[in-house]
Design a protein around this ligand. Structure first.
Ligand code: 13P
Ligand code: SF4
Length: 307
């Protein structure tokens, strides 16, 4: 139930975003009251495309920094706001430009394929980006003999490449929210709910992915439940995805694979911060043009390979 204070804040936000003509794009890991006020909710790929197609010239991105940055990279003529500049992705920040450049120096003909969960500077030294929803599609389109450096999520890289029997160089990093989930967590739940379908995000470790009935992005997981006749599901991704699933499927039973699957950075964004951001038109994301241009090429290439 929405508290009265939150309800009046929600109403104030809805009014302000109309007055100021600001388009709100949110990720599925956002708090429920934030998903309620968004004009568009999606996975990280859909958020980037939605920014390009936004009917308004100012966009507020309710998600971690790389999501707002992707919008700013792809939409140089639009103003992109973040309500919480400190909301970041620890995995995205784990790799340095130096490490990527050293790899390229050692293997001059290699292809650097970077997950969108990276800062603009890393995208700028990458050949192509990918998200959890299109990593396999993109990998299949790269030449069979290509020497690929798939950064920075080792689990997404391993889960995608091993399925396609591709050899890739991986980087030793992962998402703390997904990588902490163990095979035994799923095994215990399967004992209790043997008929439950297990839906897993590819940022989970390969041992967990092997137990899945479905592996995919946040949108993929939501669509799977929406289109499946089964009534019980074990959800192995951040808890925010259960909100749109519950709204569309009030009679289905959703069991979180672990109670710890909560991303603190995603959850650091609040309605109050969104209100302040709309009111003051802060904080504007700015990517220097010498970084934005090559980063946009890697993102545009991803979009071209996906569509
Ligand atoms: P999606 O692209 O599947 O929404 O994932 C983003 C993310 O950060 C997962 O942890
Ligand atoms: Fe990063 Fe993991 Fe949070 Fe996604 S869930 S934003 S990968 S820390």
């Amino acid at each position: 139930m929405i508290a009265t204070n939150d309800r009046s804040l929600t109403e104030k936000i809805l009014k302000l975003k109309e007055e100021k003509s600001i388009y709100i794009i949110a990720h599925y890991y956002q708090q429920e009251d934030i998903q309620d006020i968004a004009d568009f909710i999606g996975d990280s790929y859909a958020m980037a495309v939605a920014a390009q197609k936004s009917p308004q010239d100012t966009i507020l991105v309710a998600g971690v920094d790389f999501m707002a940055e992707s919008a700013a990279i792809l939409c140089p003529d639009k103003t992109v706001l973040t309500p919480e500049p400190k909301a970041t992705c620890p995995m995205a920040n784990s790799i340095s430009v130096d490490e990527v450049l050293k790899f390229k120096e050692k293997y001059p003909n290699s292809i650097v394929m970077s997950y969108v969960n990276t800062p603009a500077e890393i995208k700028a030294v990458s050949d192509i980006c990918c998200t959890s929803s299109n990593a396999a599609t993109i990998l299949k389109k790269l030449p069979d003999d290509a020497h690929i450096f798939f950064i920075p999520d080792q689990n997404l890289a391993l889960n995608t490449a091993s399925n396609l029997s591709r050899n890739v160089n991986i980087y030793d990093s992962d998402c703390p929210v997904h990588a902490a989930l163990k095979k035994t967590d799923i095994e215990k739940l399967k004992e209790k709910y043997p008929d439950a379908k297990v839906l897993v995000h590819p940022e989970c470790i390969p041992d967990v992915v092997k137990m899945a009935d479905y592996v995919g992005s946040t949108s993929g997981i939501i669509n799977y439940v929406n289109n499946c006749d089964q009534d019980t599901f074990i959800i192995a991704t951040e808890s925010g995805v259960t909100y749109p699933i519950r709204q569309a499927n009030p009679d289905k039973k959703l069991i979180m694979a672990s109670e710890n699957m909560i991303c603190p950075d995603m959850k650091s964004i609040t309605l109050q911060k969104i209100y302040d951001s709309l009111k003051n038109r802060e904080t504007v994301i700015k990517v220097p043009e010498n970084i934005r241009l090559p980063a946009a090429q890697a993102l545009e290439k991803m979009i071209a390979y996906t569509s």
